[in-house]
Structures are given as structure tokens and as C-alpha cells.
Design a protein around this ligand. Structure first.
Ligand code: 5AD
Ligand code: SF4
Length: 417
């Protein structure tokens, strides 16, 4: 989401007459987009910004600005810890950016919204929703991003069409609870159908859906529309019903597992990845073990796993922390260890499968290899062939695994024999 926001801001600035600097030393302005979701994310951002001081010393006219969630969360207080900052601008204030950077040189407001510039030629992110109406007890996002707002479908479809014309074939729709999208009677499932009708779009992904918004209509299109990739990143957070309740997640372990079952019923290789929080305040050993047992039942293809981080201003930050950092880390490590064995088992199931792999780039380690992704979002290595280009789909057979990565071999069609 942040990468997409940065690309959108860059397009907005270019539209207003600013150009990307060839290198950081030549920049007139440095903007840092930030995340607040965990304490560590803010700490990292602050350390990175402090490191920019040398450029300010070399170029007195340089403007340094902090954008994104931390700008909203910490606001003016950032000037106290980073005195050389020029401005702090929260997401709801971005329209002021051209004026701050370019003064009277900034263009007048226009009806046309500039679309995000792509970082590659085959895959694009497109935001369809901003903000979040959920109030998960631990999460800072609703406070820094505000209420849900849904983008007008025509604007979404025009953006995707424009990228498809340029050769993009994979699109990822973005939103905090992306499947809660609705616009004047158009549901998320309805929007997916329209995206699937766009010529040139071959693979549709979306991130991140919320378990609460899995309707029958949605499951039907997910399983019935071949352009929708067989993978979902579906954050579960915990396997314990009592913790899910405290987290205000609005579903039970059973609800969640029924979605997993529905998705894997016709395709046992359907990719499901998740987010897990370990050591929520008051989480007992038994409750934690329910998360481990959920991991065993759901068999996630991959997971982002975090130690609980109290965020000031969220309800859970007011609860007494029953677990210390050490205990949270220990639970996190046990979760990671278990999930690592499951990742491997899931990867092994892919051996012998035929897969269409979207080529992304040559491997940084070995230029005779390409890196790509299967439909179910697994990373694969493919031995390079002269005809390979980024954005190409190659029919392969999975012949093995290296670490957690699949090793794929292009299948030779009869005409090539
Ligand atoms: N502590 C730890 N992890 C968190 N996340 C969100 N808030 C917190 C927090 N306070 C995780 C959730 C979410 C992901 C984006 O970040 O797992 O899905
Ligand atoms: Fe945060 Fe919950 Fe909204 Fe996700 S759904 S952004 S975890 S409040």
C-alpha cells in the first residue's frame, strides 16, 4: 500500500512540475513515506530520516519532509526529535504538497487525476479503498487513515485499462479491507467481474481482504473466474476465539477455517497466506497454542508473524501487558518454527504440478536463472532461455524446491519439439 501511495504521490508531483532527481545528492527535496503499524516501523523510519542530515549539511536549500502514517501519528512532535525537518504532512494534507515544494510554480488544480507510475511493465497495484472502518483493538490504522472511502469504479477501471494498454497483465487491487468495497450497489465481487472483462488483464489479485466480508457471491466469483489468481492473503491474527473476541476481529476460528475449506475444496493447492500476532495482552499459553493448532489446520502457504506491539491510542494499549518482550519473542519464534515446516510441506505438494509462471526478473544471484510467480503466489526459479522477457507467462512443470523456492522447468509444447 505504501509503495503504491509513494508512486501515486510521485505522479502527482510530476504532474505539478517536479521531476525525480537522478541521485539523492542532487535532490531539492527528499520525502519519506512512513508506516506506524508497529513501534519498530516508526523507529526504523526515524533512524533513516536522521541519517539524511548529511545531505542537509551539504545543501542548505534541501527540503526534507515526512509523509504517511507516522506524520499523522506523531505530527509536530517529530520536529523535536528531528530538528532539521522542514515539514510533516499527513495523508489527508497531501494536496498542499505542490505548494510547499513548488510555491507559485505549482499547477492549478485539475479534474484529471494522474495515475501512479509503474515500477515495472507487467504488474500494477491499484488502490480501490482507503481508510478502515474496523476497530481491531490493537491497530492504529483507523486512527491515522480515517474512515473507509471507496474509489469510484470508473476511475478504477480507467486506471487498469490504461495500464493494460501499456502491457500490464497482472493487477492487484488494494485496500485495508478490500473485499468490503462497495459503491452505489456495486459490490467487490461485481467490481472483480468488471476488472476480469478488461482486455489484456490475465491475473487479478487483491490485498488484504477481511474474513468478515466473504459472501457467497464473492466465493463464487473467486472460484469461478479463471483470471482471479488462486491465492489470498487473509489475515487471521489468532487461532483463539477468546483472543479474537478481545481483538474485536468479528469472526471466530470456525468462521475463518470455513473460508479456508471453501477455497481449498476444489483446489487443494489454493494459496492462502496470513498475518499472525503473538503475545496479545493476556494471551495464555493455551490461547497461544490454539494459534499453533490453527496453523496446523489451515496449512498456510506463508505467514507474516509479529510480536504484539502496543500502539498508543488503541484500546489494547490500555490493557496491562501480561507478557514481557522476552515471552512475546519466545512465542513468535515457536510460531515461526512451526510455520517454516508447513511452508516446506506446502511447497513440496507443488512438485510435479504444471504451472503458468509470470516472469519477473533475472535472479540477482545467478543471471542464468529467472524469478517468477505461480498463480498461487509461490516464488519459482526458471532456467533462463533466450526468449524470456519480464512479464511473460511460461508454462512449466515444478521439478523440485530449493530452500522455500520452487524450481520450475519450462514444458515443451509439441510444436517446439
Ligand atoms: N502489533 C503487532 N502487529 C500488528 N499488526 C497490526 N497492528 C499490530 C500491533 N499493534 C499486524 C497485523 C496486521 C499487519 C498489517 O500488522 O497482523 O494484519
Ligand atoms: Fe487494522 Fe483491523 Fe482495519 Fe486491518 S481491519 S487495518 S487490522 S483495524
Amino acid at each position: 500500500m505504501n509503495e503504491y501511495d509513494s508512486a501515486r504521490l510521485a505522479a502527482f508531483l510530476e504532474f505539478n512540475g517536479a521531476l525525480p532527481a537522478a541521485d539523492i545528492e542532487k535532490a531539492d527535496a527528499i520525502l519519506v513515506n512512513t508506516c506506524s503499524v508497529r513501534e519498530k516501523a516508526e523507529e526504523n523510519a526515524i533512524a533513516r530520516i536522521k541519517n539524511l542530515k548529511e545531505f542537509k549539511t551539504k545543501n542548505r536549500k534541501l527540503k526534507i519532509g515526512v509523509l504517511g502514517c507516522m506524520a499523522k501519528n506523531r505530527g509536530e512532535s517529530l520536529f523535536k526529535i528531528i530538528p532539521f525537518l522542514d515539514f510533516v504532512l499527513a495523508p489527508d494534507e497531501y494536496s498542499r504538497l505542490p505548494e510547499i515544494l513548488l510555491g507559485s510554480m505549482a499547477k492549478e488544480k485539475s479534474e484529471d487525476e494522474p495515475f501512479a507510475k509503474l515500477s515495472n511493465n507487467y504488474s500494477a497495484f491499484v488502490a480501490i479503498q482507503s481508510g478502515c472502518n474496523m476497530r481491531c483493538s490493537y491497530c492504529i490504522v483507523p486512527y491515522v487513515r480515517g474512515m473507509e472511502q471507496y474509489r469510484e469504479p470508473n476511475s478504477i477501471l480507467r486506471e487498469i485499462e490504461a495500464t493494460a494498454v501499456k502491457g500490464v497483465s497482472e493487477v492487484t487491487l488494494l485496500g485495508q479491507t478490500v473485499n468490503g468495497y462497495r459503491y452505489k450497489g456495486l459490490s467487490f465481487a461485481g467490481l472483480l467481474k468488471q476488472v476480469a472483462d478488461i482486455k489484456g488483464i490475465e491475473r487479478i489479485r487483491f490485498m488484504s481482504p477481511h474474513p468478515k466480508h466473504y459472501t457467497g457471491e464473492l466465493l463464487e466469483i473467486l472460484l469461478g473466474e479463471p483470471k482471479i489468481a488462486p491465492h489470498v492473503h487473509l489475515p487471521v491474527q489468532s487461532g483463539s476465539n477468546s483472543i479474537l473476541k478481545k481483538m474485536k476481529r468479528q469472526y471466530t476460528r470456525e468462521n475463518y477455517l470455513s473460508i479456508v475449506e471453501a477455497l481449498r475444496s476444489s483446489n487443494s493447492l489454493y494459496g492462502i497466506t496470513t498475518d499472525i500476532i503473538c503475545g496479545y495482552p493476556g494471551e495464555s499459553e493455551e490461547e497461544f497454542e490454539e494459534t499453533l493448532s490453527l496453523l496446523r489446520e489451515a496449512r498456510f502457504d506463508s505467514a507474516f508473524m509479529f510480536a504484539y506491539s502496543p500502539r498508543e491510542g488503541t484500546p489494547s494499549a490500555l490493557e496491562k501487558e501480561f507478557l514481557n518482550e522476552e515471552q512475546k519473542k519466545e512465542r513468535l519464534q515457536r510460531t515461526i518454527d512451526l510455520q517454516n515446516t508447513i511452508i516446506l510441506e506446502r511447497a513440496k505438494l507443488m512438485i510435479g504440478q504444471r504451472e503458468k509462471i509470470l516472469l519477473e526478473s533475472t535472479s540477482r544471484r545467478n543471471s542464468s536463472e529467472w524469478i517468477g510467480k505461480t498463480g498461487n503466489f509461490k516464488k519459482a526459479i526458471v532456467k533462463a532461455q533466450p526468449s524470456f522477457k519480464e512479464g511473460m507467462y511460461v508454462d512449466c512443470v515444478i521439478e523440485g524446491i530449493k530452500g522455500h523456492t520452487l524450481v520450475a522447468v519450462p514444458s515443451i509444447t509439441p510444436s517446439q519439439l
